[in-house]
Each structure stands twice: as C-alpha cells, then as structure tokens.
Design a protein around this ligand. Structure first.
Ligand code: G3I
Length: 427
C-alpha cells in the first residue's frame, strides 16, 4: 500500500491542481486525498465537513459540489488501483523485493542480490555465437570460469604450441564487463592432450613439462585471472590419492610443486585446491584437510578450497552442513566452484521437469546458499559458481546419458524457481 500511495499522491495532486486550476479546490483535494489514504478516524472527517462549510461560504456551493464529484471519481479509481493492482506488486516484492512487478524482472541481476560473488562457468562457443547466453552471463553474474578453455588440452595442444585465442576472448569479455575471472584448471588428470599422456620423458623432463605449462599459463594471464584451481581432483572418494600420469611420473608430492610454480609466476593469484564429493565423502574431506594442514606447515602457498558441489536434489542438510563446516574450518577462501543440482537420479529416459521437482530443486539451492552464507565467515566467502548457465548448456545430460535440468535457468534462459531460491538463500 505504502509503495503505491507515494507515487500516485504526487501525480494526482498535480493532475487535479492543473485541471481544476483553483487554489481552494486544490486545498480541498489535498485534504480529501490525505484523509482517504491515511484513513483518519471519523472525528477528523467531521473537521473536514466543517471546513467544507467554511469553504462554501467563501467560494459557493456549485463549485464545491462539482469538485466533490470529481474527488469521488478520483477516489473510486484510486480504490480500484489500491485493491486490484497493489497486491500483485507487493506480493513479489514480499518474497524477493524486486522494485518493479514480476514481468520486468529483467531489470534485476542475480549477483546484486548476493552477499558474495555469484558466478557461472561458460563455454566459449556459446559466448561467441549465442547472444542470449552472453547477455545472461553479463547481466546475472559478476564472476566467470572457463568451463574448458583454460584446461591443459585447450591451452597447450602440442608440446611447443600454446593456443590462447578462446581464453583471451574470455579475458576480454571479463575486462569489458567488469567480471572476475577464475582460472580452471592448471593441473588435472583429465582433458590432457595426447602429447602429454604419451609423453615418454624421464621425471626431470616431466617436471620441466609440468613447470613450463603452469608458469607459461599463469604468466600469460597474470593480472587478468584473479585466482586458479591449481590442482583439480587429486583424491579418490575414499581419501586415497588418485592414480594419474602426474603421480605416476612425478610422485605424490608433485601437487605441492604445482602450487609453488603457480605462486612464483603470479604471487597475487589466489590459489585453490578444487575437488568434488565434500558433501558425501568424509574420507575425502579428511584427506583434503590433511593436505591443507601439511601445506600450511610447509609454507606451500595455498589460499583457497574449491568444493565443486555437483549434487543431487536428494542430498541431505546434514551432509551439506558438514561440507560447509569443514571448508570454513580450513581458514581458507571457500568457493562453491561448480554448483549444479541434478534431478534425474534414477537415470530415467524421457525424464521431464515439473513443478514439484522445480520446488524440490529450489529448496536445495536455497539450502546450499544459506548453509554457505551461515557457515563460511565473510572474509572466506570467495563466492558460488554454477557449472554453466541454462539447462541446455549443462554437462550433466551428456555425462548421464539421460535428460536433466540441473541449473537455475531453463533451456531458454528463463529463470526457474531455483533462481529466486538462490537469492532467498543469500539473505
Ligand atoms: O570441443 C570438442 C568438439 O570439437 C568435439 O566435436 C566434441 C565431440 O567429442 O568434443 C568437444 O570437446 C568436449 C568438451 O567438453 C567441449 O564440449 C569434450 O569431448 C568433453 O569431454 C568436454 O567435457 C567437459 C569435461 O569437464 C571434460 O573436460 C565438460 O564440458 C565440462 O563441463 C567438464 O567439467 C568438469 C570440470 O572441469 C571439473 N569437475 C567436473 C566437471 C564435470 O565433469
């Protein structure tokens, strides 16, 4: 009610003042209007009647009558607006405090509602060829991660060849649109070019190859990329070290040298250890906790923990809270780095999205954001990044081989209930 009153007051007042163009009539208008909106008690109204009698004495009954008719018309119309329109506008504001009615949600941006950076992983082909996609990215998020463009195979396809084109396109986009750019990933057991998986050098050659890749990439993006997932997915879910070409050829402690090489190349970059499964594997949490403590003891430069959170809508509050408490307890920056919430947990072909699932998914998005915001101290809140933008962009359906709808935007980049839930969770 409050909202409508202020804006209409002014305009109608001037409207009436201009039209009727008589000093007294405006006075009467004001009085009537004020009375009606503030809903003053009957006795105050009597005062008006009295006042009216005075005015009649000075101006004449006919004008007053004419004026009263007009004021009544005005009140009728105002009553209509008050009862019909206002509820629609205030209802949405009640839940999400958008300044304007739902239909013009386009005017709001997700990240502006969040108490920490809100990001999305993006595909370069889509950024270049899908205007709606890049528009949503630029509008809704203030942090971006390259889904694949900064991985080893993309940047370093041959031993003596670096391919910066796609990644530099994203740097330019981020700089032009004032977005933070998070680098993913300097070292991973997957998405490696053949020349690496087939590399036949000795451990020194492997060490040089590792160092050259990390330091060439970090140096190229120095001052443009704020932070890096230095090593991704080093542990198995049972907390053991995952076998990889890196561990095989350089030993398990190669991971510490990755962080040292990255730090040497850009001492200002925030360096993360990134992995998945924190929300379901206490063994993995323990292993990661031990690694971080060992690094701290050895002064290995590690500044953040990335929790991917590729989760299902059935994940429990307790597990989500356990992951948040663990991450906050490391004292490092905490990044929910690849959030998406799958629905088709039974891998049903022809699986369809519906309102019930939308609500259940929204509930999980809200809970995850709330749990993050509650458990992670402000100084450690690096932010939350969804792993792509709309359901049609997600890696999940091709990975699972069945339909799924894991993201806050649908295939047409319309906002799903999950979108509002993220905002609710950040309050
Ligand atoms: O670009 C080629 C294209 O030229 C070719 O026609 C096509 C068909 O094979 O493949 C395209 O490359 C695919 C690439 O995504 C780009 O779409 C690769 O095959 C495919 O393996 C790659 O999948 C990516 C996957 O990581 C492997 O790197 C997913 O998009 C990406 O979402 C996923 O992201 C990972 C994170 O980096 C780490 N955490 C888990 C997460 C999900 O797996």
């Amino acid at each position: 009610m409050q909202f409508i009153e202020i804006s209409i007051d002014v305009s109608w007042l001037t409207f009436f003042a201009v039209h009727l163009n008589s000093f007294w009539s405006s006075i009467v208008d004001c009085l009537f209007i004020v009375v009606s909106f503030h809903g003053w008690e009957p006795q105050q109204f009597n005062a008006i009647v009295a006042l009216e009698k005075i005015l009649i004495t000075f101006t004449g009954a006919k004008e007053i009558e004419q004026m009263k008719k007009q004021v009544v018309n005005f009140l009728m119309m105002f009553f209509f607006i008050g009862t019909a329109v206002a509820p629609m506008m205030t209802a949405s504001a009640g839940t999400i405090s958008f300044a304007t009615p739902q239909s013009s949600v386009a005017d709001t941006n997700l990240y502006q509602f969040m108490p920490f950076p809100m990001g999305a992983a993006v595909g370069i082909a889509r950024m270049k060829n899908n205007a709606k996609y890049s528009e949503v990215v630029s509008k809704e998020f203030n942090s971006i991660t390259a889904e694949n463009a900064m991985k080893f195979r993309s940047l370093h396809p041959a031993e003596n060849t670096f391919n910066w084109a796609d990644a530099d396109y994203l740097v330019e986009f981020a700089q032009k649109n004032g977005k933070r750019l998070h680098g993913h990933t300097l070292n991973w057991y997957q998405y490696l070019p053949a020349w690496v998986t087939n590399f036949s050098g000795d451990s020194i050659a492997w060490e040089n190859m590792l160092k050259t890749h990390i330091q060439t990439v970090v140096a190229h993006f120095k001052g443009k990329v704020a932070s890096w997932d230095v090593v991704n997915e080093y542990f198995n879910d049972d907390g053991t070290i995952r076998p990889s070409v890196w561990v095989k050829n350089l030993g398990p402690d190669y991971i510490a040298r990755c962080f040292q090489y990255a730090h040497e190349a850009d001492p200002d970059a925030i360096l993360f250890y990134n992995d998945y499964g924190h929300e379901y594997s206490s063994a993995k949490r323990t292993a990661i906790g031990k690694l971080i403590n060992a690094f701290k003891a050895r002064n290995i430069p590690i500044h953040g923990i990335g929790m991917q959170f590729h989760m299902t809508y059935t994940q429990s509050d307790a597990n989500i809270n356990a992951a948040m408490a663990f991450a906050a307890g490391t004292g490092l920056k905490v990044h929910l780095s690849e959030l998406d919430i799958r629905l088709n947990t039974n891998k049903v072909q022809g699986f369809v999205f519906n309102e019930t699932l939308a609500a259940q998914q929204a509930d999980r998005y809200k809970f995850v954001v709330q749990a993050y915001n509650a458990a992670v101290p402000k100084a450690q809140q690096f932010g939350i990044t969804t792993w792509n933008v709309g359901d049609a962009d997600s890696w999940v359906p091709s990975w699972q081989g069945v339909p799924d709808y894991p993201l806050p935007f649908d295939a047409n980049y319309l906002r799903k209930p999950a979108y509002k839930a993220i905002i609710e969770g950040g309050k």
